[in-house]
Design a protein around this ligand. Structure first.
Ligand SMILES: [Zn+2]
Length: 112
């Protein structure tokens, strides 16, 4: 792997020279000492976090869509039993109308 010092010099070191938990290395040009960790470890952690984030976001979206779908299916019953929930339906209607408007605006601004 290649490690680089603040002074801009890069060094080629063997994979076995930097242990998993990292170690101190010293630049042979400017004598600066810093703590070096293997790149692979850092990259894997970052990738794991991002894919987790998108999986969670997708899951959350799925829950919201199913919830809205169920609420739409039982709309009449729900409003009959809980009249105050009509505000929720108005909110959903407004939101989806605005969303559709935004989409239409987006398409028209591209000239489609
Ligand atoms: Zn240096």
């Amino acid at each position: 792997m290649i490690i680089s010092c603040e002074c801009g010099i890069q060094f080629e070191v063997g994979k076995n020279e930097i242990p998993k938990e990292g170690r101190n290395v010293q630049c042979g040009v400017c004598n600066k000492v810093w703590f070096q960790t293997p790149y692979e470890k850092i990259d894997k952690n970052l990738q794991g976090k991002t894919s987790h984030y998108f999986a969670n976001l997708f899951f959350l979206l799925l829950i919201i869509v199913s919830f809205v779908g169920i609420m739409e299916t039982f709309k009449d019953d729900v409003i009959y039993n809980f009249p105050e929930i009509e505000k929720y339906y108005l909110f959903i209607e407004n939101t989806s109308n605005n969303f559709l408007k935004e989409i239409k605006y987006l398409f028209s601004s591209f000239g489609i």
